[in-house]
Design a protein around this ligand. Structure first.
Ligand SMILES: NC(=O)c1ccc[n+]([C@@H]2O[C@H](COP(=O)([O-])OP(=O)(O)OC[C@H]3O[C@@H](n4cnc5c(N)ncnc54)[C@H](OP(=O)(O)O)[C@@H]3O)[C@@H](O)[C@H]2O)c1
Length: 289
């Protein structure tokens, strides 16, 4: 199977490009495959002829989307729609990555694929529009919603915490937002399995895939520091604070825990615990430890 990965310079795109597999994976960054340039996308798809495209490319600056809604929409809606139409025209299966932020997170339930999405942020709204554009333009798709992605490559919460702990003895972290941290290389492995299912003609639709345990940002930070300290790396005390003491331009869902049981029952796919992800990630970050 030949897989073209978009957003190759991002956290997840990089993890996909680094996977050891018998499939051929071609991870392209924005300069090589720009979601905002349909002509370039068309030319590259014609020359690479992939069986599957995994679309990790997105506007991911959640707060920045509030002040740059047009740019976020350009990529997350129009770019995704154009890519979907091109994949449909060329009979290429499309695995698209979406987000827990399509939900409002206002209740304590864990979110199923058939729950009604009510995004509270411009980022979430543009990602939901992207999902809908795919559903309307390309039958052969999988839309994978994930959450709280971290890994050794790119910018993320784990790396921010380790950096802050080098110069701070205590760090204030929000403890009333709950979600499932997801290690990018774990998700990347699962996406290859989804790509195989799609190529086999299995109907995938929308699926939730995140790390198998939930926690708060404060709980996530605590585990990062516990494991980092064991390795002799930076660590800090956590000062748990409510969201009200850490206002952000985009309102995060209080509870964005995804129910991932459908991927398990249908395809036997279940991601490991985020603690295992932290362990593996720290091994790859000697400079930060
Ligand atoms: N990070 C999370 O916590 C999280 C949670 C839920 C869902 N997701 C979803 O998971 C996917 C991957 O996220 P990630 O964490 O890997 O994000 P990331 O590290 O920010 O990577 C996104 C990549 O998309 C690229 N990109 C932006 N605009 C583009 C365009 N017009 N054409 C082509 N590429 C473009 C960026 O390129 P530049 O480097 O040039 O900017 C970046 O490399 C996204 O769809 C995101 O919405 C992420």
């Amino acid at each position: 199977m030949k897989i073209l990965v978009t957003g190759g310079a991002g956290q997840l795109g990089h993890a996909l490009g680094a996977i050891e597999t018998h499939h051929k994976i071609i991870a392209l960054d924005r300069t090589e495959f720009d979601l905002c340039d349909a002509n370039i996308m068309s030319r590259v798809l014609d020359s690479v002829c992939p069986d599957i495209v995994i679309n990790t490319a997105a506007w991911t600056d959640v707060d920045g989307a509030e002040t740059h809604p047009k740019q976020a929409e350009e990529i997350n809606f129009y770019g995704t729609k154009n890519l979907s139409q091109l994949c449909n025209k060329n009979r290429i299966g499309l695995v698209h990555i979406s987000t827990d932020y399509v939900f409002d997170g206002a209740s304590s339930k864990i979110w199923r694929e058939d729950d009604t999405p009510i995004p509270q942020t411009l980022y979430g709204k543009t990602k939901l529009s992207g999902e809908q554009a795919i559903s309307q333009t390309h039958p052969n798709h999988a839309i994978i919603r994930t959450s709280w992605v971290f890994g050794p490559h790119g910018r993320n919460f784990l790396k921010t915490m380790l950096r802050l702990a080098k110069t701070n003895t205590a760090i204030s972290v929000v403890n009333d937002q709950i979600g499932c941290p997801t290690y990018a290389p774990h998700l990347a492995q699962a996406l290859i399995l989804i790509a195989e299912k799609l190529l086999d003609g299995k109907e995938c639709g929308v699926l939730h895939l995140s790390g198998s345990t939930n926690t708060s940002w404060a709980g996530f930070a605590e585990e990062i520091f516990k494991q980092s300290a064991k390795l002799g790396g930076p660590s800090a005390a956590i000062n748990p604070i409510p969201t009200s003491q850490f206002p952000t331009p985009a309102k995060r869902p209080a509870n964005s825990v995804l129910d991932c049981s459908l991927a398990k029952s249908r395809f036997g796919i279940c991601l490991p615990d985020f603690k295992t992800g932290i362990e593996q990630c720290l091994q790859l970050l000697p400079d930060l430890r």
